[in-house]
Design a protein around this ligand. Structure first.
Ligand SMILES: NC(=O)c1ccc[n+]([C@@H]2O[C@H](COP(=O)([O-])OP(=O)(O)OC[C@H]3O[C@@H](n4cnc5c(N)ncnc54)[C@H](O)[C@@H]3O)[C@@H](O)[C@H]2O)c1
Length: 284
């Protein structure tokens, strides 16, 4: 996609972190921005900040886990602006750092349901709610699905599994668009460590998924790992740098967007080599 001025971007998870940075970057490019998030107050603040910069905006409180809410978001975006050119399916959750190292049989099923519900089904609902209308309109456009380096590295936990699903879905969509000769393309965003509020995601855990995961009873090595992970994330890349890379990747039609620390990319490389050589998984 080459022209941004006067076009329309929709961003889910737009009230915080990377989604908020995307919204600002798109507004700076002269786009109208539709902001969607489950958190009402931060969403209103995000919209006010963009309007203060002169951006044309629409804020729609949306829980991406619910298909009808995502469809309503699409209805409102198309009604307000006539078309959508960029869709960032970005909203995501992680049920605490420790749950990235729990074993498949240890994570409560509610963690699987919630994490897959937001991180994967939320992306799928976005694709199903927006893409047919974007294709029908025939303008150039781009879908960016936020996965993670966790989508290229293994771990028998809900977060990694949900992000693998997003990588697979988005690679398939890219090929479908090319095969159809569509004017829409797709990218998958796989960040490493970015300084956001992701480890405070339990703030958005709906009550039907039970209480916040109790990490105090977990294996000591998991607790130690999760403390060091929290520190590393706090020193991660600023979300604005990721937003700039996303913007350039849409402009240049680059599929894989990897704002990731070299040590993480080395682990991805080792995993890919395991697969190519058919050898057993390398221990990190
Ligand atoms: N921060 C990182 O290091 C990192 C690394 C890789 C991938 N990611 C992914 O980046 C994306 C953005 O997260 P972030 O790091 O900016 O965290 P963040 O918590 O700052 O932002 C996530 C936003 O999603 C919203 N959200 C949560 N559940 C929602 C729901 N059900 N419906 C709608 N909105 C919902 C939150 O309210 C929040 O505004 C996520 O998909 C996350 O998994 C983050």
């Amino acid at each position: 996609m080459k022209d941004f001025e006067g076009k329309v971007a929709v961003v889910t998870g737009a009230a915080s972190g990377m989604g908020l940075a995307f919204a600002h970057r798109f507004a700076e490019a002269g786009m109208s921005v539709v902001l969607a998030d489950i958190e009402s107050e931060p969403l209103a603040m995000a919209e006010a900040a963009l309007q203060a910069k002169g951006a044309r905006t629409l804020a729609v409180r949306t829980n991406v886990m619910t298909e009808s809410e995502v469809n309503r978001l699409a209805d409102q975006a198309f009604a307000a602006f006539g078309n959508v050119h960029i869709l960032c399916n970005n909203a995501g959750v992680a049920a605490s750092a420790a749950t990235l190292r729990t074993r498949a049989w240890e994570s409560p099923l509610a963690d699987w349901d919630w994490t897959l519900g937001v991180n994967f089904m939320g992306v799928l609902y976005g694709v199903r709610g927006f893409v047919p209308r974007m294709l029908e309109h025939g303008d150039e456009g781009h879908i960016v699905n936020t996965a993670s380096m966790a989508g290229l590295l293994t771990g028998a936990n809900p977060y990694n599994v949900s992000k693998h699903a997003v990588v697979c879905l988005t690679e398939g969509m890219y090929k479908d668009f090319k095969e159809m000769d569509a004017r829409i393309s797709a990218s998958v965003l796989c960040p490493g460590l970015v300084r956001t509020a992701i480890l405070d995601a339990e703030r958005n855990r709906p009550s039907e998924f039970g209480p916040t995961t109790d990490v105090t009873g977990l294996r000591p090595e998991v607790q130690a790992w999760s403390s060091s992970f929290e520190r590393a994330l706090a020193e991660g890349y600023p979300p604005e740098d990721v937003a700039q890379l996303v913007f350039e990747s849409i402009r240049d039609d680059r599929f894989y967007i990897f704002p990731a620390q070299p040590s993480i990319l080395e682990r991805v490389q080792a995993r890919m080599q395991d697969v190519i050589e058919g050898r057993n998984p390398t221990m990190a």
